[in-house]
Write a new protein. Structure first.
Length: 636
């Protein structure tokens, strides 16, 4: 999953940090942030594959065990090693990864940005949110379920303990995660070592289990058990959930540390543990929870504690990732401005979003109470991830053809096998729709609907606003011929339309009938790149001694800070003094129209989204004592 608490937002800071910390520390950090989710999959993936085969608690033939393990081995190899490590990680947008970054990269390759690319990006982002509410629930629940093995009398407390852990996790988000993040890497490294060692012990006892490396056994299992192939593949896919984190966290660690961590630690330890579980099942066919039961008695409680810590880390990464994704969507105008609190004075990536945090917490707790076990939740897991992976493949094809300039034949030779594998896993997970797969689908559809409503409402609002606006140059020419009374100071008028006269300017002249000595028409735009260099951030031009225009461009991964950015304008000739500057904003009151571009009920949804949006003062970090807001009513 995505993690933002360690991510530097200034590319120069990132590069310097990377150079000073060195490869070992970057690999250690990648373990805690990138691989937390996929690293907790052994808790439930092999067990659910046994459940799906219908052979749990009965005699299990060695060939069937080899078949299941072979499917898991080759799922990890094809999805993670070949797809993500070999190809997807190379499709970076100025060093950043993730669905929205890939969408922006694909759009840049077209002169006229096609709608279908944006639609894919919206669907992918929505699916991630659907996945984000399931990962904390299933991960922590699967770890706490180890109490069934260690202390069976505590089994009826599992849901309560899980809810308490999740509640505490979400409540501490407001304090920031810098201290917790500092131990992410070491704890996760210890977790992977424990995975490898615990599996290796049983492999030594049953070395024949290593034959599962041969894909023949996986193919044989699917052919001979075709009637259960779909549910088995759906369970096998649980082993690779979290693979998308390799791409999402590309911006912080870079490709090489992520690749090194995968091949040197994660991949070997995961394989050792899965093989170890298989070897344990061969000698203990009645095992109900292979992961915990294969541990020696003295190690079971420490393993439960370590597993719980690892799943909390994986959940933390998902929560932070949800913050990051929604902030990107806000900057790309896919969602309204939510309140963002910065929890670190040194790293802008450490943020807390109260509204998002509350919604995620409620959804996760409802899932835990509703499903009550990781086995039940596993049915809800997978649809969102496989859907997002399919979208990644589609966008990757665009990048291969239009940016990497691959031939059609070469691109198809790579994409078609990857698409077939992802489609197979997607179909297998769709089969679990009625058992719980509908949960991420409903969440994703809701998020996609909200994004579509926000984009459509903004377009309608922009059309109506432009119909009432007067060209900026017309206003300047009129004021030059008939100049009103001027007062000392600088007035900055914020507007989203770089050509029209700001509504706040027209209303200020209408009500106050005065003009400041210096008037700056300011527009803030978002670039399709994650960061914008300081030299390219400000466009400044002067029309008359009294009027000038400034356009500030932020990357979609940056935090908009207008006062700080305006200091850059000093280099371009504007003597900016915050204490003698007033910022004028328009605050719109939206009224639904009986007839309009959207249905009346959707107008209400758009108005509700707008009313809950963070004010421009907070979003652009404007000094509250220097802001003047002028209210207007607009019918949509």
């Amino acid at each position: 999953m995505i993690s933002t608490e360690l991510r530097a937002r200034d590319p120069q800071v990132s590069s310097s940090a990377n150079g000073s910390r060195g490869m070992p520390l970057l690999v250690l950090g990648a373990l805690g942030v990138v691989y937390g989710d996929i690293g907790t999959s052994p808790l439930y993936a092999f067990r659910e594959a046994l459940h799906a085969s219908g052979s749990l608690n009965v005699s299990f033939a060695p060939l069937e065990v080899l078949g299941l393990l072979s499917l898991i081995v080759w799922a990890l190899t094809t999805v993670v090693t070949i797809k993500y490590v070999s190809f997807v990680l190379r499709a970076d947008n100025n060093g950043e990864g993730g669905t929205l970054s890939l969408t922006a990269l694909a759009q840049q390759s077209f002169k006229n940005k096609p709608l279908w690319v944006l639609v894919l990006g919206v669907i992918g982002a929505s699916l991630f949110i659907g996945d984000a509410i399931i990962t904390p629930a299933i991960s922590v629940l699967s770890a706490v379920e180890g109490l069934e093995v260690v202390a069976p009398t505590l089994a009826h407390w599992i849901v309560t303990i899980t809810v308490a852990i999740i509640l505490a996790l979400f409540l501490v988000q407001r304090f920031g995660t810098e201290r917790v993040a500092s131990v992410f890497g070491p704890i996760t490294a210890l977790w992977f070592v424990a995975l490898g060692v615990s599996g290796l012990v049983h492999i030594v006892e049953q070395p024949s289990i290593l034959a599962a490396v041969n894909p023949y056994y996986g193919i044989r299992f699917l052919v001979l058990h075709a009637e259960i192939a779909i549910p088995v593949l759906g369970a096998v896919f649980l082993a690779v959930t979290g693979a998308e984190a390799l791409y999402v966290d590309l911006g912080h660690f870079g490709r090489r540390p992520i690749v090194v961590a995968w091949f040197a630690i994660v991949f070997p330890c995961l394989l050792l543990n899965y093989f170890g579980q298989g070897a344990f099942v061969l000698t203990n066919p009645a095992a109900g929870h292979p992961f915990f039961e294969m541990q020696p008695d003295w190690a079971r409680m420490p393993m439960v504690i370590l597993a719980t810590a690892a799943t909390v880390i994986a959940s933390q990464a998902v929560i932070s990732g949800a913050y990051s994704l929604i902030r990107q969507a806000m900057h790309l105008n896919l969602l309204p401005r939510f309140h963002v609190q910065h929890t670190s004075e040194t790293q802008s990536g450490q943020i807390y979003m109260p509204q998002v945090n509350t919604l995620l917490m409620i959804c996760v707790i409802i899932l835990i109470i509703g499903f009550r076990s990781s086995s039940a939740l596993s049915a809800a897991y997978g649809i969102a991830v496989t859907g997002e992976m399919l979208i990644t493949v589609a966008l990757l094809f665009v990048v291969m053809r239009r940016i990497w300039r691959w031939s059609l034949l070469l691109a198809l030779l790579v994409i078609i096998p990857l698409a077939i594998i992802d489609t197979g896993f997607f179909v297998a997970n769709i089969a679990k729709f009625a058992q719980g797969g509908w949960v991420p689908v409903v969440v994703a559809l809701t998020v996609a609907f909200l994004m579509q409503t926000w984009m459509a409402g903004r377009r309608l609002l922009l059309v109506k606003t432009r119909a009432d606006e007067i060209p900026l140059r017309t206003v300047i020419e009129s004021l030059t011929k008939k100049k009103p009374t001027t007062v000392p100071g600088t007035a900055v008028f914020l507007t989203s339309d770089v050509e029209g006269a700001p509504t706040a300017l027209l209303h200020s002249l209408k009500h106050y009938k005065v003009l400041h000595e210096k008037n700056v028409i300011l527009s803030v735009v978002t670039a399709p790149t994650p960061f914008v260099a300081d030299d390219d951030k400000i466009f400044y031009e002067s029309f008359t001694p009294h009027f000038s225009r400034a356009i500030i461009t932020f990357g979609y991964m940056e935090t908009p800070n207008v006062p700080r950015a305006l200091i850059l304008a000093k280099k371009l000739g504007w003597k900016f003094d915050i204490m003698s500057t007033s910022f004028f904003l328009s605050r719109r009151t939206l009224i639904p129209a009986a007839k309009g571009g959207m249905p009346f009920w959707q107008d209400r949804v758009f108005i509700a989204l707008a009313s809950n949006a963070t004010s421009a003062t907070d979003y652009f970090r404007l000094p509250t004592g220097r802001v003047v807001e002028l209210g207007i009513q607009t019918t949509i």
